[in-house]
Every structure is written in structure tokens, then in C-alpha cells.
Write a protein that binds this ligand. Structure first.
Ligand code: NAD
Length: 487
């Protein structure tokens, strides 16, 4: 089954079908999504029914025990061979990603290459039995092993469909689970092809994909044959997922929304920090859970940082992701575009200061779901641009003077995904980071992830962990073995 390959793998990007039990599977009814830059229709994709869900769960159930018993090293080999095969098709996946999600081509390539780096990293990881006590005379040993949970379902959003899917698939399969992927209805295309390509490397039923509309997620989360749901998406949907999973007490991992603060201290150099802050706030046109969403700048350098932020943002070209030089693609879909438009109208109606961005001219690049990057200058802490996660190319810059007070303001949110401190003073950075209530904290950067570092949110940003050893354990049960027999 597993075997290394460096030759390009046969895979076309014209027909998109479900993958159930190792076979491509059609549905009677199909649907499609739009390219957010051109508003042209992308190809048809399946509209799965409850019968498709049942078929996939049966196939997963049949595949599970032998996959769980496959030695860890063989599962690692299969993941490595799959990663090699994906590597031969980076450009095709990147081009498809631009068409379905909108991001600029070089960022699409970056997303896929980063995913492959994570997959390779996961494939080197192990989860050995842990001995917590071992005594002789009389012999007694207590150890912990990590058996797989079983049938896992992965539900992913539309902002980073490739990275977020592979970030779940790798750890799930390595730990001996089987996996059914459910992409966002807005971005099903790369996800379908990721799973189609995988069929050459994993036995039938080990990795499957079902495409559908918003009815599909609840069918999967409520299915009694599913043991684990790993969900990435909004906090509102995460609560519905948890409620549905509670009926059969499924294990749940929730990676949800964020409202990340960046605290810029008095000693930071505006020339250095402002371009980095703008890039990290506007990455993927702001449609990133760990984008910087609130920038708190010390009053002594506030105007210098704001001026430099505006200069940098002015130079960022908005447009179709296939156009050379474009830094910011469109908003990825119509409902999100409408949400950002409403937020911008609200900002304008509230009379807030706009440092850059025209809240009335929402389509600078013509046809397509484009929005000019917008910076709001020192709005009140209670304004919606500060309180809510915009998930678009608009962010507030806020003034601070007292360290304890800015920490309180940064923590004054029901989200707790990421936060960062920007200073050269290690003592100040340490003081602030320790008080920030967020699952991930950075100094002088933001949003940087690695395969071996656990990623999780606190408060309403999530439950459970992805990546790192803790992320592998999230796909496992825990078995404690007490024995008096020496092996
Ligand atoms: P969303 O919650 O609307 O949808 C996410 C997925 O859930 C989609 O596949 C959707 O079809 C599915 N879904 C919808 N209703 C469902 C239900 N009742 N049961 C099961 N599944 C259902 O989120 P979105 O708009 O696609 O993504 C944006 C959100 O995702 C933002 O809030 C962002 O911060 C968050 N996000 C979080 C992370 C993270 O790692 N914490 C990463 C990326 C995005």
C-alpha cells in the first residue's frame, strides 16, 4: 500500500466526487461555489445525503480495526509517501486554491508547502507507552498507552482549507484513527482532491471525503458510529457541534474564533514593527483565526506607528490572486463579504476615525468580492471593531499608557486564541505574556505555528489541542495498565 513516489501522480482538477470506501462516488444532486475574484462558477461538487454519510461510516468502521493494528512505523511510511505524492502536485493544488478561496497564488503555494512541512513533521512523531512507575520485588508496573479513538470526522472552514485539513488528517491517521473529511461548502475542491490522491497510499475507508451543504455537518456530528469530531470554525458553530456531540458523548476538539491583541511597547521601532504588524493583521485579507485583530500601541510612539502602518497598507495591492504583485485577495465568499460590508457601514455611521480605507468604496478592483484594507484610528474599546472578530481586512489601532491597563484591555474579550508583545525588553515581554489569557503568545511576531508545538485556544476560542504530542493525544483514548507481570 505505502511506497515512496517522486513521479507526478495522476490527478485531474475537473471532476470532483466524494471518496467513499476507496472509490470515487457520485451523488444524484450536485452544487458548486463561486470564484470570489471573478464570480465565475467553479466545477460541480457532490451534495451528499444521509445515505452517503451512512456508507462512509460503514466503510470507516470496516477499515478501522486493521488500520489501528497496522504498526506505527507503517502508518508513518504511508503518511510520508502521501506527502511525497502531494509534493509533486503543489502547483495544481495552489491554482485550485486561488480559484476557490481567492488568496494570492504565492500565498496559496505557501499554504500548501506549510501543510506538507507539517505532514512531514507529524510523520516523524511517535507516542510511545509512558511508564509512570516500575518497582521490583514484588514487580509492579503502571504505564499509559494511547489507543486510537476510532472513526474521526474533521470539519474545516474556508479560510485555509488545505492546511487545516492536513493538520487534522496527519495526526488522526498516524495515531491509528480513520478519518472522514467534511470541507466547507465554499471551498470543497482542494479537500476532495487531497483525499482522492490519498487513496494510493491508505487502505479503502481509512481516509474519505464528503462534500455537501450546511446540513452535512450536523448529520456527521450526530451520527452514532462516529467517535471523534475535530472542528475548526466559528465559535457559534463550535457550540452547535459540541451540543450535537454531547448526545452520544463523542470526543470533541474545537478550534474556534479569535480576537488577538498585539501590544506594542514604548521601545519598539515603528519602522520595523509597523510593516510586520500590518502584514500579520491583513494576512489572507484578515481571514485568519490568528491574525492580529487589535493593535495596542504605547502613546509615545502611537502616531509614528500609525503613520507607518498607513504607508505600508497603501502599498498593498488588492485584486485577483492570479495577478502578479497582488498582496490581498478578495473576501472568500458572499456571506462573509456582506458581513464585512455591514461592519464598515457601521464604522462609518459611528463616526470613527478612518486612518486608511474608504468605507463607501467597497470594490476597488472591480468585479469580485474586494474590500480596501481599512485601519480604524483609536476607536472606543466598546466599538464593534474592537469587540468582535471582523475576519476581514479591517483592524483597529488603539492607544495605551499603563501596562496593567493594556493587559486588562487585551484580556477583555471572550476569545483567547493568540496575543503578542512587541518590545526589545525581555523583562517587560515576560511580565506581559505571563498575564495574557490566550492559548498562544508570541514576542515580536504573531501567528507563527510549528508541527511540534501544541496549538489551542482558551475561553471561547476552543477546547482541546492540535499539533505537538498533545495534539496526537487528542485523537487517542488513554489506557492505564497496572501489571505485576514482567515482560
Ligand atoms: P463556520 O463555523 O461557519 O463553518 C465551519 C465549518 O462548519 C464548515 O465546514 C461548515 O459547513 C460547518 N458547519 C456549519 N454548521 C454546522 C453545524 N451545525 N454542525 C457541524 N458543522 C457545521 O466557520 P467559517 O465561516 O467557515 O470560518 C471562519 C471562522 O473559523 C472564524 O471564526 C475563524 O476565527 C475560525 N477559525 C478558527 C481557526 C482555529 O484554529 N482556531 C482556524 C481557522 C478559522
Amino acid at each position: 500500500m505505502a511506497g515512496s513516489t517522486t513521479a507526478p501522480v495522476a490527478l485531474e482538477f475537473e471532476t470532483f466526487l466524494n471518496v467513499i470506501d476507496g472509490k470515487l462516488s457520485r451523488t444524484e444532486v450536485t452544487r458548486s461555489s463561486l470564484n470570489p475574484s471573478t464570480l465565475e462558477e467553479n466545477p460541480q461538487v457532490p451534495l451528499s445525503t444521509p445515505a452517503d454519510v451512512d456508507k462512509a461510516v460503514v466503510a470507516a468502521t470496516n477499515a478501522w480495526s486493521s488500520w489501528a493494528e497496522t504498526p506505527w512505523a507503517e502508518r508513518q511510511d504511508a503518511v510520508r509517501a502521501y506527502t511525497d505524492a502531494l509534493e509533486t502536485r503543489v502547483d495544481d493544488f495552489a491554482r485550485m486554491l486561488v480559484k476557490e478561496q481567492g488568496k494570492p497564488l504565492h500565498f496559496a503555494r505557501f499554504e500548501i508547502l506549510a501543510s506538507l512541512k507539517f505532514l512531514r513533521g507529524f510523520s516523524e512523531m511517535t507516542l510511545p507507552e509512558e511508564v509512570i512507575e516500575e518497582t521490583e520485588e514484588p514487580y509492579h508496573k503502571v504505564s499509559i498507552r494511547h489507543p486510537p479513538l476510532g472513526i474521526a470526522v474533521g470539519i474545516v472552514p474556508w479560510n485555509y482549507p488545505v492546511f487545516l485539513s492536513l493538520g487534522k488528517i496527519g495526526p488522526a491517521l498516524l495515531t491509528g484513527n480513520v478519518f472522514i473529511l467534511k470541507p466547507s461548502p465554499f471551498t470543497p475542491y482542494c479537500c476532495i482532491k487531497l483525499v482522492e490522491l490519498a487513496q494510493g497510499f491508505f487502505p479503502p475507508g481509512v481516509l474519505q471525503v464528503l462534500s455537501g451543504d450546511d446540513r452535512l455537518g450536523p448529520w456527521l456530528t450526530s451520527h452514532p458510529g462516529v467517535h471523534k469530531v475535530t472542528f475548526t470554525g466559528s465559535t457559534a458553530t463550535g457550540k452547535r457541534v459540541m451540543e450535537s456531540c454531547s448526545k452520544t458523548l463523542k470526543s470533541v476538539t474545537l478550534e474556534l474564533g479569535g480576537n488577538d491583541a498585539a501590544i506594542v511597547c514604548a521601545d519598539a521601532d515603528p519602522e520595523i514593527v509597523a510593516p510586520a504588524l500590518a502584514n500579520l493583521a491583513l494576512a489572507n485579507s484578515g481571514q485568519l483565526c490568528i491574525a492580529i485583530k487589535r493593535i495596542y500601541v504605547h502613546e509615545s510612539i502611537y502616531s509614528a506607528v500609525l503613520t507607518r502602518l498607513v504607508e505600508h497598507v497603501k502599498g498593498m495591492q488588492v485584486g485577483d490572486g492570479f495577478v502578479e504583485g497582488v498582496a490581498l485577495g478578495p473576501i472568500a465568499n458572499q456571506p462573509q463579504y456582506d458581513r464585512i460590508k455591514a461592519l464598515l457601514h457601521h464604522i462609518q455611521a459611528s463616526g470613527l476615525n478612518i486612518a486608511i480605507g474608504d468605507t463607501t468604496q467597497l470594490n476597488p478592483a472591480g468585479k469580485g468580492l474586494f474590500i480596501s484594507p481599512t485601519i480604524v484610528d483609536n476607536p472606543p474599546d466598546t466599538s464593534s471593531i474592537v469587540v468582535e472578530e471582523p475576519f476581514g481586512p479591517v483592524f483597529p489601532v488603539l492607544k495605551w499608557s499603563d501596562e496593567a491597563e493594556v493587559i486588562r484591555r487585551a484580556n477583555d474579550t471572550h476569545m483567547g486564541l493568540g496575543a503578542s508583545v512587541w518590545t526589545n525588553d525581555a523583562a517587560q515581554a515576560n511580565r506581559i505574556t505571563q498575564k495574557l489569557r490566550a492559548g498562544n503568545v508570541w514576542t515580536n511576531t504573531h501567528g507563527v505555528l510549528q508541527f511540534n508545538a501544541p496549538f489551542s485556544g482558551v475561553k471561547q476560542s476552543g477546547i482541546g489541542v492540535e499539533y505537538g504530542t498533545e495534539g496526537l493525544k487528542d485523537y487517542c483514548a488513554l489506557q492505564t495498565i497496572h501489571t505485576t507481570l514482567k515482560a
